[in-house]
Design a protein around this ligand. Structure first.
Ligand code: SF4
Length: 214
């Protein structure tokens, strides 16, 4: 097994042993996961939770209810998530595409992984990280989600260069690990946990980190 693949497996084992299962994605339904994936762009999860609570309380956390809502009204409900006008428009872009082309979210999420990801990426405001979060956590298909934490950790462990791009990092994981939805879901969640608790942007706490010495 190439060195990188071995190291990526060792990292997963250490993280899983340290943090345990993460139970991602927080959300009770595929629809809630899709909404959360868009709302979490450029903000933290606490703010997303407040926006989702607003939607739930108003009975709007359902496909047809949200689809029927004018974007400026939707924006008010999701205000706590920040960039709320842009995010309302993104949600509406996605819901309209799904309704017009596939009829229901279930039918859309049932697409094979490649076409699903491609179609998501064609929606204005949906980039690779959001498309992959939806593909992995809502459609439950094996695609690896890369984010800023992933890059930072890989870079600090000499697994990528400073100029690594999203596709390259994703390929590194997917070439090294079996295509396993549960494994990819746990691994991404564990990296987020590691980035938040130990591998911080400034002053990483290597001394107490579960990856010390790797
Ligand atoms: S905190 Fe240090 S040991 Fe832990 S992942 Fe970051 S660079 Fe590695």
């Amino acid at each position: 097994m190439p060195r990188q693949a071995e190291q990526l497996r060792a990292i997963f084992d250490r993280l899983y042993a340290h943090f345990g299962p993460q139970g991602w994605w927080p959300g009770n339904s595929a629809f809630e996961v899709v909404v959360g994936a868009i709302l979490t762009q450029n903000t933290n999860w606490k703010n997303v939770e407040r926006a989702i609570a607003n939607l739930k309380e108003a009975g709007l956390l359902a496909f047809s209810a949200m689809l029927a809502l004018p974007p400026d009204l939707l924006a008010e409900y999701i205000r706590p998530a920040g960039y709320y006008r842009i995010k309302a428009q993104r949600l509406q872009n996605l819901l309209h595409m799904v309704a017009e082309e596939y009829g229901s979210l279930e039918d859309f999420l049932a697409l094979p992984v490649g076409p699903l990801r491609e179609r998501l990426l064609q929606v204005r405001g949906i980039g690779p990280e959001t498309a992959d979060a939806i593909t992995l956590y809502a459609a439950e298909k094996p695609v690896f989600v890369v984010d800023a934490y992933t890059f930072r950790i890989l870079l600090r462990h000499n697994l990528v260069d400073e100029d690594a791009d999203y596709a390259g990092m994703q390929e590194l994981f997917m070439d090294s690990l079996p295509p396993d939805t549960k494994l990819y879901g746990e691994y991404h969640a564990l990296l987020v946990q590691l980035g938040k608790q130990f591998c911080k942007k400034t002053k990483p706490d290597c001394e107490h980190c579960p990856l010390r010495g790797l």
